[in-house]
Design a protein. Structure first.
Length: 40
């Protein structure tokens, strides 16, 4: 679950909310965004 990975690394914040919204729109955009954010 992409929002969980973002939450564990960055906590509650704008990155988590964006990941959650993208995952709700479609699973693949959420996964791509989670990989991008967690690779920083």
């Amino acid at each position: 679950m992409p929002p969980l990975a973002v939450f564990l690394k960055h906590g509650l914040g704008i990155e988590f909310l964006i990941s959650l919204l993208l995952t709700l729109v479609g699973w693949l955009p959420g996964v791509i965004y989670a990989f991008y954010v967690n690779s920083k």
